[in-house]
Design a binder for this molecule. Structure first.
Ligand code: PEP
Ligand code: MN
Length: 345
């Protein structure tokens, strides 16, 4: 931490800062410039916070230098992590050496629709199946998902096509039942800062896919991941899914630069959701290419056998020629950036 003194700070003001820091066991290194004095602090950062140094006379500003998140930070864990999803026989890595393609319907609507979507996903090369049983809808009148029945359908379909499954949990009370049926829990953009849900997911014993809040900064997103990690679960995968901006041409603006920024700050894998970012299927392939090129650890994409009748997010769901094109991207592009398409063993 660095304390910046104001130009008119006196020697007594500087001495008071040093004294307070030493009282809590810290060390203070004073550096006098021509105009300003700065004081570098070494020691327990939490005890410095309690000193409320900003309120002392002559103090202009206080900056922290180390990351506010610890367990998910690369400062504490320089090697990038790989998170494994699924049980023996169908375990898939998400990490720095591979590119993981996840796909499936936005929502589980029926057994037939989910199976058809899963077969489309699998034949395009996807190795993790997505599908929502609890849908966090903006309108309370919109389809809310099939709940436990949807979890059962997704788990059955996942077994029949041989893919592990990821599904969203929107309420801390449902974490156990979702963890019973799913290989990975998803926490969506609307719940990124639902701290009770994050903590519950931290003890569920399954990996977590944590989407970025649509108005969250990268630091807030990593702090949300820290909540999960702090409960003992370091198997967290981050997902950039677009943020709200002034641009109406897309549903959200994919913040592609978040991928390398996160990778420099955190050891956790980071994937991209081009479907929820764009909200339109014609942009899913170009955004997926961008995701591979920038070094994302994977993508998660909506597919649907009949997008025109989908109960949720039909306009962004792929089928037919777009899905075939995406399959080509998934096969051909990762080797160009030194990665293999992640497969089940
Ligand atoms: C989803 O993946 O189904 C979803 C609702 O995504 P997001 O939370 O990113 O809107
Ligand atoms: Mn959706």
């Amino acid at each position: 931490m660095v304390v910046v003194m104001s130009p008119d700070a006196t020697d007594e003001d500087v001495a008071q800062v040093v004294e307070r820091v030493e009282e809590v066991g810290g060390e203070a290194f004073v550096s006098k410039g021509v105009v300003r004095t700065i004081i570098g602090l070494v020691g327990d950062i939490e005890s410095f916070h309690h000193l409320n140094l900003r309120a002392l006379p002559g103090v202009a500003d206080v900056h922290r230098i180390s990351d506010p998140f610890k367990l998910v930070s690369r400062q504490h864990h320089p090697e990038r992590s790989t998170v494994w999803v699924g049980t023996e026989g169908r375990r898939v890595p998400i990490g720095p050496d591979t590119f993981t393609f996840m796909a499936g319907p936005c929502a589980v609507e029926s057994a037939d629709q989910t199976l058809e979507a899963a077969q489309m996903a699998a034949s395009a090369g996807a190795t993790i199946l997505r599908g929502g049983a609890y849908k966090p809808r903006t309108s309370p009148y919109a389809f809310q998902g099939l709940g436990v029945k949807g979890l059962e359908i997704l788990a059955d379909v996942g077994r029949s096509v041989g893919l592990p499954v990821v599904t969203e949990v929107v309420d801390a009370r449902d974490v156990d039942v979702v963890a019973e049926h799913a290989d990975m829990l998803q926490i969506g953009t609307r719940n990124m800062a639902n701290f009770g849900l994050l903590q519950a997911a931290g003890t569920a014993g399954k990996p977590v896919l944590l989407k970025r809040g649509m108005t969250a900064t990268i630091e807030e997103w990593l702090m949300a991941a820290e909540y999960i990690a702090q409960r003992g679960n370091l198997d967290v995968v981050l997902c950039e899914r677009g943020i709200r901006t002034f641009e109406p041409a897309t549903r959200n603006t994919l913040d592609i630069s978040a991928v390398p920024v996160v990778q420099t700050q955190s050891h956790l894998p980071v994937i991209v959701d081009p479907s929820h970012a764009a909200g339109r299927k014609d942009l899913v392939v170009p955004l997926s290419r961008a995701a591979v090129a920038i070094g994302a650890d994977g993508i998660i994409v909506d597919v649907h056998p009949h997008p025109e009748t989908a109960l949720c997010d039909g306009p962004q769901a792929l089928l037919g020629s777009e899905l075939r094109e995406l399959a080509q991207v998934a096969r051909r592009f990762p080797p160009l950036v030194g990665r293999e398409l992640a497969t089940t063993p």
